[in-house]
Design a protein around this ligand. Structure first.
Ligand code: SF4
Length: 270
């Protein structure tokens, strides 16, 4: 049965999350100066109000990195953001954890940072929780739509319409012979198009060769250490051409891409 693919993917994601060896939970603070220096002069700097995540995404980037750092990924930890923001930098919340796992805490941190001079920022979230979402502050939020987990996808769709914010839809696309995955992708594309909100395509990629077979991926090529579809699924399959592509820059890094920055400037009328 094609639906078996969801169970297989979920089991693999769990197994990957548990392969942490002697790891410890994340520490409860993030130093802005450190995050900024790691980004080597980029105008987009990743910072988190929560580190660690229980979303259990398949081939999660943050889970992989936390393994190298010997940190427990599946245990979200509240982080105090320490240091003074630089007004010209755009801060991206939601790299190593989902800000939605604790809105009360996230909002407290945003308030403190704004009071200390933070001007530009956006959040990336799967919106599995909207309790305490600040509908009154016009947040810039990029909502991630993940095709590998139908239950989470449903929650994302429902919650997307329940919040009041400047929203962007991030679709993690793929090209597969699994009809259930492609059906679900078609639904997400129709959802996004109907709402007329900006779309960023964040293509699924993997470092694991076996995923090509497991997910029945079509036309995936090795690029350096990863396998990816070297084009736009949204354009090639659905004929969309007004969307942006995540990592659409040399090396696939935010510092070379800046599409998020373009979007928030556009949405804020700048
Ligand atoms: S769209 Fe570009 S700037 Fe935004 S997260 Fe992706 S790589 Fe970074």
């Amino acid at each position: 049965m094609s639906n078996d693919i969801y169970a297989k993917v979920s089991a693999l994601a769990k197994e990957e999350r548990l392969r942490h060896g002697k790891a410890s939970p994340y520490v409860g603070y993030v130093r802005l100066e450190q995050s900024t220096s790691k980004h080597n002069g980029s105008p987009i700097v990743a910072v988190d109000t929560i580190k660690g995540c229980a979303n259990n995404c398949f081939r999660c980037y943050a889970n992989r990195i936390s393994r190298f750092k010997a940190k427990v990924h599946n245990q979200p930890v509240r982080c105090v953001v320490v240091g003074n923001p630089v007004p010209d930098i755009c801060y991206r919340f939601g790299t190593f954890g989902d800000p939605a796992s604790d809105w009360q805490w996230t909002v407290e941190q945003l308030d403190n940072l704004e009071a200390r001079g933070m001007k530009k920022y956006y959040l990336v979230s799967k919106l599995q929780n909207i309790k305490g979402f600040p509908n009154d502050r016009g947040l810039n939020i990029h909502v991630s739509f993940d095709l590998f987990d139908p239950d989470q996808l449903r929650t994302t769709m429902v919650n997307f319409d329940r919040i009041d914010a400047k929203r962007v839809i991030r679709i993690k696309t793929l090209l597969s012979k699994h009809t259930c995955l492609m059906r679900s992708q078609k639904k997400v594309v129709a959802f996004a198009v109907r709402r007329g909100v900006p779309i960023i395509e964040t293509r699924f990629y993997t470092q694991v060769k076996h995923d090509l077979k497991l997910l029945k991926l079509v036309a995936y090529k090795r690029v350096g250490k990863i396998f990816k579809y070297d084009g736009s699924v949204l354009r090639d399959v659905y004929g969309l051409d007004s969307h942006l592509m995540c990592s659409d820059g040399e090396g696939g890094l935010c510092c070379n891409c800046l599409n998020c920055l373009k979007l928030i400037e556009q949405m804020n009328g700048g």
